[in-house]
Design a protein around this ligand. Structure first.
Ligand SMILES: C[S@@+](CC[C@H](N)C(=O)[O-])C[C@H]1O[C@@H](n2cnc3c(N)ncnc32)[C@H](O)[C@@H]1O
Length: 237
């Protein structure tokens, strides 16, 4: 829903049922039908464009505060202000939070964020003192959003439009990859990093990565994130 309806959506639970309502124009209605099949559409009152903001709530992960520009950051926090625009990554999704939980525990080194979306992970990494930080995505809208969020947070990040399966990837201490299990399995052999923080899949799944040692795992809300380190033969140094 986040990816399909960045304009906003609502999730309401009734006993055993879940109602999903997407806010949008005729294009959003078409996307809804395409992905979910028949639904019902009603006219909503003027102002729906702003109403979605109430669903973009701040989250706290250790010392990090992640929230939208219209919310006030906690005074005792390291703030990461994210306006995702049309890109994925408000910071509130369990996979993003789990990646940050693992990142917080790592020594400060260079980071490459593969599939950066809004740039939330890359901006948080830069704010935490990781340097240099690369934020890469195949979607030009995500690259633009990541650049804007870097400026908004006054951090220096190298953003780029890069396909992680085809283009050259920068060498870094840590790769962050909140994509899909299949994408991680496909791209792992192309990485020149000392640690990989992977997510984007369910807790029932684990990427099959040969040449990588599994070091740690975090789970939340049915999602998982894993920390891997390459076996000696994969260190290119
Ligand atoms: C789930 S979002 C993650 C956003 C953000 N990193 C986060 O953790 O919230 C996955 C991102 O991966 C990007 N992506 C998908 N396939 C890619 C590829 N082959 N190369 C680079 N980026 C890709 C998508 O465009 C999307 O922005």
């Amino acid at each position: 829903m986040v990816e399909l309806f960045p304009e906003g959506f609502e999730e309401v639970e009734f006993d055993a049922d879940l109602e999903l309502a997407a806010y949008g124009d005729a294009g959003a209605e078409e996307r809804f039908w395409h992905f979910f099949g028949p639904g019902s559409a009603v006219e909503v009152e003027q102002g729906w464009e702003e109403a979605w903001k109430q669903f973009h709530r701040p989250v706290r992960i250790g010392q990090l505060w992640l929230g939208p520009p219209w919310e006030e950051a906690d005074e005792d926090s390291i703030s990461v202000v994210i306006d995702p625009g049309r890109a994925f990554g408000t910071g509130a999704h369990a996979t993003t939070r789990l990646c940050l939980e693992l990142l917080l525990e790592q020594s400060r080194t260079s980071v490459v964020d593969l599939g950066c979306g809004s740039g939330v992970l890359a901006v948080a990494a830069a704010k935490l003192g990781f340097s240099p930080v690369f934020a890469l995505d195949v979607d030009p809208e995500a690259v633009a959003a990541a650049g804007e969020n870097a400026r908004r947070n006054d951090v220096d990040i190298e953003v780029g439009c890069v396909d992680l399966f085809a283009d050259e990837l920068p060498r870094a201490g840590i790769a962050l990859a909140n994509v899909t299990r299949e994408a991680i399995e496909r791209a792992a052999g192309r990485l020149d990093v000392s640690e990989l923080i992977a997510s984007g899949y369910l807790a029932s799944e684990s990427p099959a990565l040969s040449g990588w040692e599994h070091v740690d795992r975090r789970e939340a809300e049915g999602w998982a994130a894993d920390l891997y380190s390459p076996f000696e033969s994969y260190h290119l140094e």
